[in-house]
Design a protein around this ligand. Structure first.
Ligand code: IMP
Length: 480
């Protein structure tokens, strides 16, 4: 036993894609329409359990707004100046979209399939149906279609909800303020002119509070940052360090608690039971998990430190359960790093309350990274965009010494890469599609909400051999 490490774990750590979700009984009303993915981070309500990473290549105003509108949370990087963070929060909190003028619509002779294609392209789940004179006839509702027995080739009118059954007004001059009143009762309001022609639509979620988070470091000046961002209306603070199991973080947590802002604080990242328990005991409302699993991360390569993300998550969950028993406080868990497809989200959400993603969100038009065309020339012309720049907070480009610790101040070495990812277009359509996949998985397990899913989900480890059989198609050639 002499001269040996304290412990050598010989069981390999696990990642999301090594697991498979088992099915459970599904009742009739457990369908995509009725399933919701609402979640909570401490006291903060989220419409969907997604956070965009506090990375300079990912989250700025556009990303925080786009994700916030869908019910998720953008976390503004601590690398931004206090003024930059405050300005973005101000803009997001002051945002009021008003009406969707000129909504994408289909004609009354369209097939259901044509409407579905528009849903897939734009991400809107409701498509107005009009006649040749633009007179509004009704609304195609994608979620309703999914639950129906209609087939794609049928005419749109067979499934459309007619105008008389929808909230509409013929006052085409209606103001945002007046519309807001109507939106207290309904999720949307269709605005027609006096001849019944479609003018615009107002959606409730566009006038609801968009939430946004601010990352802070444990270094000097954090308190000033918190105060300024709190005043601007930030909804949650996220202590962003690559390794939070330390004295600095617990000091910040304790002092933050004393500030009594009534807003949740998240601390991270940790990867062990002890690290998580330490943050919980220091006052964290939310704990963020992960190290070395980020898409741009070179930490394992550079200093062989970190942990397989699913294993880290399982350990932190143990700490949460113990802490809940001891204190009565439920600490939310965010998994951060290594999640980039719906399958991984589904497995991660069987334990985590929310998923933070950098690489995934970096692919979209709304990401902060520069956009490039096919010849790697910078462009802002949307149809030409082929790639989006990405870089880690610990890359030479970002050189975020705050995130990577005080020691690194003198001895900087990059813990992140810089590069590009493929452009996936706008966030909304892809996000909606992935949300549908997650809801479908919940439906397979008979769960209507994430809370039930946490209680009921059964996941099973696959052997590498099984993974090669079930993980993808096999013994066939996929059509190009
Ligand atoms: P992804 O979703 O797999 O891309 O992981 C995103 C996460 O990687 C972020 O939220 C950070 O926790 C982490 N991260 C960001 N920048 C770096 C870096 O430069 N090196 C290592 N990890 C990073």
């Amino acid at each position: 036993r002499d001269n040996m490490a304290k412990k050598v774990i010989l069981e390999a750590g696990r990642t999301f894609s090594e697991f498979s979700l088992l099915t459970d009984y599904t009742s009739k009303n457990c369908n995509l329409n009725n399933i919701n993915l609402k979640s909570k981070l401490g006291k903060l309500d989220l419409g969907i359990p997604f956070l965009s990473a506090a990375m300079t290549s990912v989250t700025g105003y556009e990303m925080a707004l786009a994700l916030g509108k869908e019910g998720g949370l953008g976390v503004l990087p601590a690398r931004l100046s206090v003024k930059e963070q405050v300005d973005i929060i101000d803009k997001i909190k002051g945002y009021e979209m008003g009406f969707v003028e000129d909504p994408v619509s289909v004609r009354d002779n369209a097939t259901i399939d044509e409407a579905v294609r528009l849903v897939e392209k734009h991400g809107h789940s409701k498509i107005p149906v009009t006649d040749r004179n633009n007179v509004f006839l009704g609304l195609f509702n994608f979620d309703k279609y999914l639950e129906s027995n209609e087939t794609p080739a049928e005419n749109i009118l067979s499934i459309m909800t007619s105008v008389e059954n929808l909230p509409f007004t013929k006052n085409s001059e209606i103001t945002v303020k007046q519309a807001k009143k109507e939106l207290e009762e309904n999720n949307y309001l269709i605005v027609l002119d006096d001849l019944g022609r479609l003018v615009k639509i107002a959606f409730k979620k566009d006038v609801e509070n968009i939430v946004v988070g601010a990352a802070i470091s444990t270094h000097k000046g954090w308190k000033k940052r918190v105060k300024a961002c709190d005043e601007a209306g930030a909804d949650i603070f996220v202590i962003d360090t690559s390794d939070a199991y330390n004295e600095f973080t617990s000091k910040v947590l304790k002092e933050y608690t004393k500030m009594n802002l009534g807003k949740p604080i998240c601390a991270g990242n940790v990867i062990t039971y002890e690290g998580a328990k330490f943050l919980m005991e220091s006052g964290a409302d939310v704990v963020k998990v992960g190290m070395s699993s980020g898409s741009i991360c070179t930490t394992q390569r550079e200093k062989a430190t970190g942990r397989a993300p699913m294993t880290a998550l399982m350990q932190v969950e143990r700490a949460r359960a113990d802490y809940l028993k001891e204190s009565g406080k439920y600490v939310s868990i965010i998994i951060d790093g290594g999640v980039s497809d719906a399958g991984s989200m589904i497995i991660a959400l069987s334990i985590a309350d929310a998923v933070m993603m950098g690489g995934y969100f970096n692919h979209f038009f709304e990401a902060e990274g520069e956009k490039y065309d096919a010849n790697m020339q910078i462009t802002t012309h949307e149809p030409d965009i082929k790639y989006v720049a990405t870089w880690g907070e610990g890359s030479a480009r970002a050189r975020n010494l705050d995130r990577y610790g005080h020691v690194a101040r003198k001895t900087f070495f990059a813990e992140g890469e810089e590069g590009t990812v493929e452009n996936w277009g706008r966030l909304k359509p892809k996000l909606k599609q992935d949300i549908r996949k997650i809801k479908a998985a919940l439906s397979n397990t008979g769960c209507m909400k994430l809370k039930d899913y946490h209680d009921k989900a059964v996941i099973e480890l696959m052997s590498p051999y099984t993974q090669s059989i079930v993980g993808d198609t096999h013994d066939m050639k996929v059509k190009e």
